[in-house]
Every structure is written in C-alpha cells, then in structure tokens.
Design a protein around this ligand. Sequence first.
Ligand code: 0O2
Length: 277
Amino acid sequence: MDIIMWHKVLSPYVMAVDELILKFDSLRREFQEQGQYCPIEHVTGRVKSISSILDKMAKKNIPPEKMEEQIEDIAGIRIICQFTEDINRVASLITSRTDIELVEIKDYIRNQKQSGYRSYHMVVHYEVNTINGPKKILVEIQIRTMAMDFWATTEHSLQYKYKGQIPERVGSRLSNAADAIISLDSEMSSVRDEIMDAQLSSKLRYNLVEDIVNTIESLYRMTSKREVEKIQEEFYRIYQSGDVEELVRYHHQLDLIAQAYHAQKNRVDEGIKISEE
Ligand code: 0O2
C-alpha cells in the first residue's frame, strides 16, 4: 500500500479553504461598501482532520486511492445567513461564479434529515494553483441560517459524546428543538424587511460618520483650526440629535465645503507654480 503523505495531500485543501473564505469575505465587504443588504452573515471553513477522514474512509469502505474522489468534504466552507431566504441568494451567487463549478446539490432544507438536520449543501469543484501546478479539488459548501447552525453544532457535539448513539430521551428533545428552529426561522422571515431596514439604516449612519470624520480631517489640513472646530461642533450636535436625515444633509453640505477648499487650494498651488516658472 502506498504511504499517504498526509500534509502534502491536504495542502491544496488548506489553500482552497483559505482562498474561499477570503473570497466570500470580499463579497460581504462589497455588499457593505455599496450600502446593500448582505445575505452572508459570516463565513468559516476547515480542513477535515486526518482522524475524521480515516473514520469516514472506514465507515464508507473507501480505499486510500479513492479518498480525494469520494470524500467530498475534506475542504469545507460554512456560510451562515440570517434568514432562510438568504440561502437561495447565496446559492445563486455561488452558481454564477466562474471560479466555482457546481458538482452536486444536497438540499437538506427541503429534505430534512431523519436526525432533524437542515442545511443546504453545494459540492463544488475549485481549482487551486499549487507549487506543483493547478489542482482541481472537491469542496463542500454548507449554507444555513444562524438558527440551523445552532442546532447542527449542538447535535454534532452530542453525536460525538454518545458516539453516534444518542439516547431516545435526548433524541426526542433534539427533534423538538429542530421543530422550534423551523418556527424560529419562519418568525424571523416574517419580520425580515423590518430587520433589514434597521440594519441598513445603522450601516448608513456608520458610513456617514466615517465619511464626515475623514472630510473634517482633510479640511484640517487646508483651513484654520477655528473653522474646523466650528464644523466639528456642528457635526457632534447633529450626531447627538440622532436625526439621520439631517446627518445626510450635513454630509452633503460638508462635501461641498471640502470641494470648495480643494478648488481654492488647487488655484493657489497653480499660482505658485506659474510664479516659479
Ligand atoms: P464533520 O465533522 O462536520 O466533518 P453521511 O453519508 O451522512 O455520513 P456524506 O455522504 O459525506 O455523509 O454527506 P452528508 O450527509 O451531506 O454530510 C456531510 C456533512 O454534513 C457532515 O460531515 C456534517 O458536517 C453535516 N451533516 C450531515 N448530516 C448531519 C446531521 O445529522 N447532523 C449534523 N450535526 N451534521 C450533519 P461529517 O463528516 O459527518 O462531519
């Protein structure tokens, strides 16, 4: 039997997990920067442990030479969403990507597992560029809500504790909890628009404050300290009032003031250049 050089074999999987986490995080940032609601709450990933791979090979009778072909989740990405509706949105984002090729969908939300497990799995091909050239590997992307994730994580620990033989009394509690998760997700979906509005408005406020502070700092380099103090006092007054619309107006006004100072500074700089020539 060939010796498996585990760390060499797993290295492309580590690379894939790192790259995909970064790519999904970049998507989140893009949504945020454009002031849009982001269907991705957070992203995690892991490479399956050697012991877990060995367990799966034994359980499914997979020979070592078939390991990479038949174990689909050596590289695993988990995308957590706030609402059930976001799961489809994330799945479409993944399907439309050119760097990810869909192999199989396992929809455990429509087809809940006997255990009560619910999650949307996409098995995909992803290519990494290693020092030995490109390599296409399988990656399992699990997409689920925060509530589904809470259930799955808890149940997974219990499976581990009871070595897959969860006692009936615990199992029936887990089954009740799975039902509660379905109604929790559905309740949250019914107030989804309200929650999204609240989150976007808090994000808008955050972006406005960042922009205003940057503009005040740039003005500090162009005008008198007294002038900037007055601008800053006005900003604090409006911020304390909690009136977001007024903050939007003030942001716009400040932009115009900064543009005027920039234009004035450019004219002065031009004048200095001409007089030097
Ligand atoms: P880990 O520790 O997360 O890596 P199977 O035939 O069911 O043994 P298969 O064919 O690989 O597994 O595919 P499946 O059923 O889609 O499971 C893939 C992964 O989904 C599992 O990986 C779990 O992460 C998760 N999963 C599937 N079923 C359940 C469940 O009933 N409860 C929980 N908590 N998670 C589940 P691993 O290798 O089992 O575990």
